[in-house]
Unconditional design. Structure first.
Ligand code: SF4
Length: 446
């Protein structure tokens, strides 16, 4: 056993891009570990390197190409997958020596390429994979991907071309994965897809058998079932289709977190029209107000694009004013990039000068920072449940770091928690909030 283990082929893995790509990486790694491959910490000494690329923006492509170049230099045997795999020629033009370029979600082709570069070991004793698979996130939270692809056609986005149309997983399959994660100690599920509220449309919301009962592949039904697992359930990439209002009731019941990640991208009607955003409607502010009345502690997170072609100063001011009224708790902004293949480049709308984009980006972030600081002040004096991400506390250690229900990992703020007793990652504790800054909260374990 020892000798065989020592000879197991080693794979070095680079995972770039969004949480959806991260889930793809986890699936590939789970399969490789199940086949007995070892994971290598660095490229040197690995038998093969897999680079899971991101092609969403040109800057992400540049980062992906740099990662491929570095892997070729350090190792030489490189398999490329992910979003850039949809445009094989671009990768091969830059790096003709890569072993294979496979499309996003084409797990079989990645595995085939790895098998060819470094044949799989044949030892069943090596097939030791944790029940929940290999996770790249800390043990206490996990991304749960409910569908692939997207049926929308936002003009700035090439994801549908890269990842194809919407393909939802049957509800029972998603729920079984969620159960496994819960059994493995996961405390928080982050539900992701390209368009979470469209879940099941391609399946015509067909039911599947889960624990002897039929569960429909519908956004609300799935959210309700996930809410029964007793975990924190956080919904990402939700579009404000009318049926989204229905999940608010689950938040009121405490079944899912009072959190919605809705990538609004803009607010000005003419820009939204040019972007061809799904579920765009003028009454969004009224809907948000109604949501907040129903769920007063609802946290809204969103992303916005500044400098979209044709965006006037009036459009941008409208966006800032809208942001103020909507009181979006957490927001990120991107400067528009004319990604090759995006239809927005051909709309005949004037491109925005880089310095104007930069200036609008700064104005956006200043506005957002002020809103965030103001909203966080309202939390001072409250006791909030906090999920600890980084251990700390006790006599000798610095404060632990965690997140309240309104904060997703990696993108939102954190809660710095002072405590007499040591706190471990994965603990959920009550914290008395004592102060705040622009993005974070500070408090003491109650
Ligand atoms: S909803 Fe729009 S931005 Fe999101 S993946 Fe689909 S096309 Fe792209």
């Amino acid at each position: 056993m020892q000798d065989q283990k020592a000879s197991a082929p080693r794979v070095s893995f680079v995972s770039l891009g969004c949480p959806k790509a991260l889930v793809d990486s986890e699936r590939i790694l789970t399969r490789l570990r199940a086949e007995g491959y070892e994971l290598s910490r660095g490229h040197a000494g690995a038998d093969v390197v897999v680079v899971n690329t991101c092609g969403f923006l040109d800057s992400a492509k540049a980062e992906s190409l740099a990662a491929i170049g570095a892997a070729l230099k350090e190792n030489g045997k490189v398999v490329v997958t992910g979003c850039m795999g949809a445009d094989k020629a671009e990768v091969l033009d830059a790096f003709p020596d890569v072993l294979a370029v496979t499309r996003p979600q084409d797990y079989e082709s990645v595995l085939d390429a790895v098998h060819e570069a470094a044949p799989a070991p044949h030892d069943p004793f090596l097939d030791l994979v944790p029940e929940q698979g290999v996770k790249l996130t800390p043990r206490h939270y996990a991304y749960l991907k409910i569908s692939e692809g997207c049926d929308n056609s936002c003009t700035f986005c090439i994801i549908p071309r890269l990842r194809g149309p919407l393909v939802s997983r049957p509800a029972a399959e998603v729920l079984r994965e969620a159960e496994k994660l819960a059994r493995a100690g996961v405390k928080e599920l982050l539900v992701i897809s390209q368009d979470t509220s469209a879940y099941g449309r391609d399946l015509r919301y067909a039911p599947s058998d889960f624990r002897g009962r039929e569960v429909r592949a519908r956004f609300l039904d799935l959210a309700r079932e996930l809410g029964e697992l007793g975990l924190w359930v956080r919904l990402h990439y939700v579009y404000p289709y009318p049926h989204v209002d229905e999940v608010l009731a689950l938040m009121v019941e405490g079944k899912i977190l009072p959190y919605l990640d809705i990538p609004f991208q803009h607010a000005a009607p003419s820009v939204l029209k040019a972007m061809k955003r799904p579920a765009d409607e003028e009454k969004t502010l009224e809907r948000i107000a109604a949501w907040r009345r129903a769920v007063p502690d609802l946290a809204l997170r969103s992303t916005f694009i500044v400098g979209f072609p044709g965006e006037t100063e009036a459009d941008f001011s409208y966006l800032l004013q809208w942001l103020e009224e909507a009181e979006i708790d957490r927001a990120g902004a991107f400067k528009y990039e004319p990604v090759v293949g995006a239809r927005a480049n051909d709309l005949g709308l004037g491109p925005i000068a880089e310095e104007v984009k930069e200036q609008r980006y700064r104005r956006f972030m200043e506005k957002q920072q002020a809103i965030s600081a103001r909203l966080l002040k309202h939390k001072i004096g409250k006791r909030l449940p906090v999920l600890i991400d980084e251990a700390g506390g006790g006599a000798l250690s610095p404060a632990a770091k965690g997140r309240a229900k309104g904060d997703a990992p990696g993108i939102d703020g954190v809660v710095h928690v002072a405590s007499h007793r040591p706190l471990r990652a994965g603990d959920i504790i009550s914290v008395k909030i004592e102060r705040s800054d622009a993005y974070d909260l500070f408090g003491t374990a109650a």
